[in-house]
Design a protein around this ligand. Structure first.
Ligand SMILES: Nc1ncnc2c1ncn2[C@@H]1O[C@H](COP(=O)(O)OP(=O)(O)OP(=O)(O)O)[C@@H](O)[C@H]1O
Ligand SMILES: [Mg+2]
Length: 276
């Protein structure tokens, strides 16, 4: 069996990559995805996905392009309606865009989706858009003082308080992704979702961003789902690996127990789905 030990690209940083044990892994699940299927048109995108994630656990979602990673994250965020099954967060069902659920979820997108002309602070305050404060969150000057203070605290958490007033356009990719994480924290998320948050970053920034996400998850404590293509990074930093293939969960194991063959099999060609 080809078991991964120290992932190759991070072999020189083994001491900084020691993975703390997942908190409360035997405890009750915070996120409960039960038998979720998503069908769009005649295409089955997710089929019978079941996933229970306890507080404090970080889960790497791996799979080939089109495997359904983004769709799964969007279902968990309440941004995508499910065709059948349920998504529950802390006991609340909200799989079809339910506001209660969406207010407790923070999402970090691949291209961070920040407004480049606006300051980091304003972008972080945008994390409250759609919630009770409404239009006042469009700019930091109009935002209520308590939200400005909260946004500064979120920037502090990600190490970006010193660049709060800088336009995002002037930040590096890694810095911008940190601002995007701070924006997600504005919702006090119980569930933190990140869709390929490291795709455009260099190896050092990738590691920094993922480790920031996992440490924030443990501090909150929340739970974390990260879609990620870098299996070495996922194995080095995540508590658990979930592998999707053709919209189905084909691998679900603690990262320490996952083998290279199992990861590679996720990327083997999958036969085209029959129309449903
Ligand atoms: N609204 C939609 N209507 C029809 N098909 C869709 C829709 N959304 C996603 N799909 C299809 O569902 C499949 C899964 O898409 P998804 O974006 O979840 O994959 P992914 O695993 O995130 O892929 P990648 O690694 O490329 O980001 C793809 O074949 C995609 O074309
Ligand atoms: Mg995707």
């Amino acid at each position: 069996m080809n078991r991964l030990t120290v992932p190759a690209p991070f072999a020189g940083q083994a001491s900084t990559l020691s993975r703390p044990p997942a908190l409360n892994t035997g405890g009750p699940s915070l996120l409960n995805v039960q038998d979720v299927s998503v069908i769009r048109g005649r295409q089955s995108i997710l089929s019978g996905v079941t996933l229970e994630v306890p507080q404090g656990q970080s889960v790497g979602i791996l799979g080939a392009n089109g495997a359904g990673k983004t769709t799964l994250l969007r279902c968990c965020a309440g941004l995508e309606s499910v065709s059948s099954g349920t998504v529950r967060l802390g006991g609340h069902t909200g799989s079809n865009g339910d506001t209660l659920t969406r207010t407790r979820v923070g999402m970090v997108f691949q291209q961070h989706q920040l407004v480049r002309a606006y300051s980091a602070l304003t972008n972080v305050i945008h994390g409250r858009l759609g919630l009770a404060e409404g239009w006042r969150c469009c700019w930091h000057v109009t935002a209520p003082a308590h939200l400005r203070a909260k946004a500064m605290a979120c920037l502090e958490q990600v190490g970006m308080a010193g660049k709060a007033m800088r336009p995002v356009a002037d930040l590096s990719g890694g810095e911008a992704q940190r601002v995007a994480i701070a924006r997600a924290l504005m919702r006090d998320p119980e569930l933190l979702l990140a869709d390929e948050p490291t795709a455009s970053l260099d190896p050092t920034a990738r590691l920094d961003v993922i480790r920031l996400l996992t440490s924030l998850t443990r501090q909150s404590p929340a739970c974390l789902l990260v879609s990620i293509h870098d299996e070495h990074l996922a194995l080095a930093t995540m508590d658990r690996i979930v592998g999707l293939k053709g919209g189905r969960v084909v691998l679900d194991a603690l990262a320490a127990e996952v083998t290279l063959e199992e990861i590679q099999s996720l990327y083997a060609a999958v036969p085209q789905d029959e129309p449903c």
